[in-house]
Design a protein around this ligand. Structure first.
Ligand SMILES: [Mn+2]
Length: 187
């Protein structure tokens, strides 16, 4: 982990324009400004339950591009905050959480070690609907994969339930709690 646990990513492409500031050892404060309301809700939830301070601004052409590129930029901000494999040895590395939300439950385990710049994602979740509010469910899974790949994290998520909003919110909470635990300094 870098000394202050702070990371940034500014990323501008032909499709999107994204800026992220992240403080891993924060208090859950966030300012989220993207045109996708359900994504804003998920990232605010993620910040609150992970005690991450996040300032995020994103705009772009299509929702799919914005969700994907926010995942990439947030992942890069985590990678920036955590540093390379030699700096990541200062944190606990592993974390997990099981989070219920009414009918839904999500289980998440993470490895933030970034060994050999690798990442891996196992997502065992089935969505019965194509969208949640203004966000495509396939964009949510794409977001998690883009985030993990750019942060150099291994992320396993198993989730189930009836309500898609609850299921997704439980996933973001479980991911936040697991990452908060894994990024704590080693004693
Ligand atoms: Mn909600």
């Amino acid at each position: 982990m870098t000394r202050r646990g702070e990371g940034r990513c500014v990323r501008k492409t032909a499709e999107t324009d994204v800026e992220v500031y992240l403080r891993i050892y924060g208090s859950g404060d966030c300012e989220i400004d993207t045109p996708i309301r359900f994504l804003n809700h998920m990232i605010a939830t993620f910040a609150r339950h992970g005690f991450f301070d996040i300032r995020l601004r994103a705009s772009g052409d299509l929702a799919h591009h914005i969700v994907e590129d926010v995942g990439i930029a947030l992942g890069r901000a985590f990678a920036d905050a955590m540093g390379g494999a030699d700096e990541r040895v200062s944190v606990r590395r592993f974390g997990h959480a099981i989070v219920p939300m009414d009918d839904a439950i999500a289980m998440c385990a993470v490895d933030v070690g970034g060994i050999s710049e690798r990442s891996f994602v196992v997502l065992r979740v089935k969505f019965a609907h194509h969208t949640i509010e203004d966000t495509a469910t396939e964009d949510i899974t794409h977001f998690i994969r883009s985030f993990a790949e750019n942060a150099k994290f291994t992320i396993h998520i198993h989730a189930g339930g009836e309500n898609e909003h609850h299921k997704t919110e439980a996933i973001f909470k479980a991911l936040a709690i697991a990452l908060d635990l894994a990024t704590q300094k080693r004693r």
